[in-house]
Structure formats: structure tokens, C-alpha cells
Design a protein around this ligand. Structure first.
Ligand code: ACO
Length: 441
């Protein structure tokens, strides 16, 4: 198969959001801490009518409907998430309901879990299936997303919610650059969820940031190696990249991460004229610079112009929804498509995906033909505008309600279904043995 990649995309996000400027006041932190310090604008969240099953049902059913997908044309469907509500049953099995009427039960794939990286692993599985001897000519669907919630405290404003669904197949307008990938994985406890009785993670914020930046260094360098092998004698640095997309826990880290890529270019070619202002940092060990604020400032300033053209267009959804964990990187693709739909043909997009614990990779894709129809179908701007801004008080009491409802059996959710977008799946009831039933608004 030729030109394997993304044939169509869709995202589902909750109708409700809280504004970060309201949260700053409510939390009593200094004005600008969340909006400038973290670089975030709004944060999506859901009540007890929504869970990862309903969010995924919405993302996939919208994808099938908007792109008029023949259910028999799908041979693989897998889900990347870290929002786990059942220790055995995969979300994928729930999504089989959407194919029941067609009679197509021959759909391979299950769930993949590792913090924010499951979606990328699922995507890579789908691409590799299509390139393998097991491929039978059908397309794949990859679902990537989460409900990201933190306990009260400094991490809470870095939550979010949303699920992306991607239709993957040959002859796609968006094609992955085969063979180009830089991977980094290690064992670390930066963010993890050992508490089955709680939806909240344990997180060591500072450690997670240093892990993220170390993963950039490794993935970027290894991506460069694969690039220079494939396109020898071409050299790789950021000038080969038209756009860059990052997993976005919060926007400030994305700004720093793009600067970090420039730092890697500098280490690789320290004598280039454009790096004159960085010479004083040449002798530092990279692993000792994760929190070097002078270096950070120098890199952010040197990469600022490129950041605005190459990175900013992909940050729209992550700033509006917050961290959608597995969905974050792919909300970046949708944002870029939405913001630059007319300027993407022939362009290379470098993508960095990170999941705590940790697993990460850098890879790239190119846009081959027009994606304007896709952008119209997704209709981001109108859907974002149709959301409802709620108060931090309501946001906080909703998260308290989710805490109380977590793991509960034999209950009917109490949130109003009027707070959902029309035509959405929602949780109707959880029975006395934990089986979930859904309905549609
Ligand atoms: N105006 C402007 N900027 C401000 C203001 C203000 N009033 N107040 C603070 N800031 C800046 C700080 O200087 C800091 O900037 P810097 O990062 O450039 O130094 C930034 O805002 C954040 O402030 P901190 O005091 O560092 O924030 P805090 O330690 O309270 O929390 C953290 C931040 C650690 C990111 C926390 O939100 C967290 O733990 N989040 C979850 C972990 C996470 O997202 N990790 C990323 C990778 S792993 C993953 O994806 C889950």
C-alpha cells in the first residue's frame, strides 16, 4: 500500500469548560499564573453523565457519520487511553456496539495503555498493520483521548478532556514518513496511577518536566539519525521542519520544548553563526540544564519567530481544552489543519508524543493533498464557540461529584443531559454489577 496515513479525523470534547482566568481568582494564585505562566486559556471537563466510554462512542460515531464510513470497510480499531474504568474489559469492545447493526465483528485491535502515549502506540500499530502481511485491504480507526483530572492543588489547572478518532488507510492526504522515528523509553515514576479507588494520578511535576525534556533530547536525536540515513547526504535540523506538534500538558512546556529542539541543533552544530548567543552554554551537560532558566530564556527568545510560524498554529485546541492526555498530540494535528488548511500541501510536520512512566517518540508526516474538506467536517471554531463557560465553583463541585461516583455501582447519574451537545452518547445507568448503559441526547 502507498501513502499510508490519515484519511479523516474527528474530535469529541465536552460542552462545558472553565476559564483559566476565573480559576486563578478562585484558587487565589497570582493573576497570570495559569494564563501566562502555564499558557492556558480554558479547560474542558465533564460531569457524571460522561465517561471514557461515552466520549469514545461520540468520537467514533461522529467520525463514521461525518465521513460516511462503510462499517464493513474497517478491519482494525484500537484505543489509546489512560482513563481506565475496568481492569479487564477494553473500551474497544464497547465501541463494537457501533458496528453491531452492520454485522461486522471482524475488527482487530484492543486498548493500549501508558499515560499519554497509548494513542501514539495505537496509531503506530495501525500503520504497521497496514504495511504488514496481515493487512487485508481494509482501513483502521485509532481512538486517542482521556478525561484528565487532578486533585486540588497546582496540577489541577493542567487537566482537560477530549477524544480524537482517526481513520487510517492507504492513499491518504496526510501520510507518515515511513521509517522515520526516534523512540525513547525508560522506567520512572513521574506520573502514575496506583490508586484504583481514585481517578487522580500521583504526579511529581518537576520530575515529569525533566523526563519530558530528556525524552525530547533523545527522540529528536534519534529521529535525526533515521532522517540522515534515509535522506543521505541531507542533514537534519529544524530548517527541515515546516511545522512541529507536541504533546501539550500546558502550552508553556511546548514553548520550552521547541526551544529545546533548537538547543539540540546547537549542540550538534555549535559553531553556526545563528547560535552565537548560546556559546556560553556549550560546555554544560544537557542533563543538567532542564531547569536552567537563563538557557531557557535564551532558547525561547532565539526560537520565538519560528515558534510563531511553526508551532503556534497547532496549539489552539490544547489551550482551549487543556491536556487531553492521549488525545493531546492529535488535537495538535487538528488545530494545525484548522489554522493552516491552505498552507500545508508538501509540508513536513514533526510530531513529538510523550507519556509519563515513560514512553515517547518523534515522527513526521507530510500533507499530500487538500485537507479543506476535513477541516469543514470537523468545524472546530463553531463547536468551540458553542461551549458553555461555567464558574470555578461549579467546576469544583462537578469534580467532587465525580470523586463520589468513581467506582460506584447501582446508580443513575444525576447531571442534566442538557449540559451535553445534541446527539451525544451519555451514561444512563451503572447496574449493580458494574455494567454500563448508554443513551443518546
Ligand atoms: N504570571 C506569569 N507567570 C507566572 C505567574 C504569574 N502571575 N506565576 C507563576 N508564573 C510562572 C512561573 O514562573 C512558572 O514559569 P516557568 O515554568 O517558566 O518557571 C510557571 O508559571 C508555573 O509556575 P510554577 O510555580 O512552576 O507552577 P507549579 O509548580 O505550581 O505547578 C506544574 C506547575 C508543576 C506544571 C503543575 O501544574 C503540575 O504538576 N502539572 C501536572 C504535571 C505535568 O503536566 N507535567 C508535564 C509532563 S507529564 C504530563 O503530560 C502529565
Amino acid at each position: 500500500p502507498e501513502n499510508v496515513g490519515i484519511l479523516g479525523m474527528e474530535i469529541y470534547f465536552p460542552k462545558t469548560y472553565v476559564a483559566q482566568e476565573d480559576l486563578e481568582k478562585f484558587d487565589g494564585v497570582s493573576a497570570g499564573k495559569y494564563t501566562v505562566g502555564l499558557g492556558q486559556t480554558n479547560m474542558s471537563f465533564c460531569g457524571d453523565r460522561e465517561d471514557i466510554y461515552s466520549l469514545s462512542l461520540n468520537a467514533v460515531s461522529n467520525l463514521l457519520e461525518k465521513y460516511n464510513v462503510d462499517p464493513h470497510s474497517i478491519g482494525r480499531l484500537e484505543v489509546g487511553t489512560e482513563t481506565v474504568i475496568d481492569k479487564a474489559k477494553s473500551i474497544k469492545t464497547v465501541l463494537m456496539d457501533l458496528f453491531a447493526a452492520s454485522g461486522n465483528t471482524s475488527i482487530d485491535g484492543i486498548d493500549t495503555i501508558n499515560a499519554c502515549y497509548g494513542g501514539t502506540s495505537a496509531l503506530h500499530n495501525a500503520l504497521q498493520w497496514i504495511e504488514s502481511s496481515y493487512w487485508d485491504g481494509r482501513n483502521a480507526i485509532v481512538v486517542a483521548g482521556d478525561i484528565a483530572v487532578y486533585e486540588k492543588g497546582p496540577a489541577r489547572p493542567t487537566g482537560g478532556a477530549g477524544v480524537v478518532a482517526m481513520l487510517i488507510g492507504p492513499n491518504a492526504p496526510i501520510t507518515f514518513e515511513s521509517g522515520l522515528r526516534g523512540v525513547h523509553m525508560e522506567n520512572v515514576y513521574d506520573f502514575y496511577k496506583p490508586d484504583m479507588e481514585s481517578e487522580y494520578p500521583r504526579v511529581d511535576g518537576k520530575l515529569s518536566i525533566s523526563c519530558y525534556l530528556r525524552a525530547i533530547d533523545n527522540c529528536y536525536g534519534r529521529y535525526r539519525n533515521t532522517f540522515e540515513r534515509k535522506y543521505s547526504p541531507s542533514k537534519f535540523d529544524l530548517s527541515q521542519v515546516d511545522y512541529a506538534i507536541f504533546h501539550s500538558p500546558y502550552n508553556k512546556l511546548v514553548q520550552k520544548s521547541f526551544g529545546r529542539m533548537l538547543y539540540n541543533d546547537f549542540l550538534n552544530n555549535p559553531n553556526e553563526e545563528k547560535f552565537k548567543s548560546l556559546q556560553q552554554y556549550a560546555s554544560l551537560k544537557p542533563e543538567e540544564t532542564y531547569f536552567n532558566t537563563d538557557l531557557e530564556k535564551a532558547l525561547i527568545s532565539l526560537s520565538k519567530e519560528d515558534y510563531n510560524t511553526k508551532v503556534a498554529p497547532s496549539t489552539l485546541l490544547a489551550k482551549q481544552l487543556g491536556n487531553t492526555y492521549c488525545g493531546s498530540t492529535y488535537s495538535g494535528l487538528l488545530s494545525l489543519f484548522n489554522e493552516r488548511s491552505k498552507d500545508l500541501i508538501g509540508k513536513r510536520v514533526l510530531t513529538f508524543s510523550y507519556g509519563s512512566g515513560l514512553s515517547a517518540s518523534a515522527f513526521s508526516f507530510k500533507v499530500r493533498s487538500s485537507i479543506e474538506e476535513m477541516v469543514q467536517k470537523v468545524d472546530l471554531k463553531n463547536r468551540l464557540d458553542a461551549r458553555t463557560r461555567v464558574t470555578p465553583e461549579e467546576f469544583t463541585s462537578t469534580l467532587t461529584l465525580r470523586e463520589q461516583r468513581h467506582n460506584l455501582k447501582d446508580y443513575t447519574p444525576s447531571d442534566s443531559v442538557n449540559s451535553l451537545f445534541p446527539n451525544s452518547f451519555y451514561l444512563k445507568r451503572v447496574d449493580d454489577v458494574g455494567r454500563r448503559q448508554y443513551d443518546r441526547t
